[in-house]
Ligand binder design. Sequence first.
Ligand SMILES: [Zn+2]
Length: 292
Amino acid sequence: MFVAMRRAAKGGAPNCPKCGSVDCYRCKSRRIFKCKACTAQFSATSGTIFASRKLSYQDTLAAIAVFTNGAKGHSALQMSRDLDVQYRTAFVLQLKLREAMTSEVANATLSGTVEIDGAYFGGHIKPANYKEDRKDRRLSENQTGKRKCVVVMRQRGGRTLTVVGKSELQAVPTIMERVAAGTVIHADEAASWDSLHDHYEMRRINHSVCYSDGQACTNGAESFFSRLRRAEIGTHHSIRKAYLDGYAAEMAWREDHRRESNGVQFIGIAKSAMQSPVSRQWKGYWPRHLPK
Ligand SMILES: [Zn+2]
């Protein structure tokens, strides 16, 4: 299965990750190939996001299947118990799968009708025990600085893109880059989106009055946040800001593929992983401090 997926990704042949030659022997005793040109040995997963894996092929497939089936994601702790591997192994494997899912929309641009919205995640401040010790958690001087804003761009009948920053305003350049000119953008009344009026046809909705007035509506974007919020609270319990963009992209993928059967989703994730190169960010990554 891995060889077939690799061949599909590389245009029909198991080419050598070292010299690129398609002329390769298949080793009879072990599941590896040997390049005729440069004699390098490689496996079906060399040069992909699964490079240097220690899990067997079966366990890797099981991990993808288990990961696929979580509608709101799958926690690394649960996966480590499902597969009987270390927590960190499951955690890093999930980071890589999220990167593969992101690669599907790496060069995507949106057009037609696009809904945009932002929401804040992380940086929870625990209220003090006694009421008189509690601080106003809305004030910036009392915040942890760990709060991040996820902005979503969601094309109706199309793909969902996410960007993580400090505020909604920070996402505006990315929106201009990834949403084509001539697009109709639906957004709420937040002042962050005012500058977009110069570039796009805008429809604004005031959420303190209604959620849809027949002209403007951002319920598609809200639906994405609903899934991400449930993943945060219900599955992962908290998400570190360093990993937030991966979780956001994962939930965008799950929103876009939600109507597909889990078999189709499984093949989709596995193929994206086999088509993704060795992860620059997560190759050899080992979380020194366990994510809280
Ligand atoms: Zn070679």
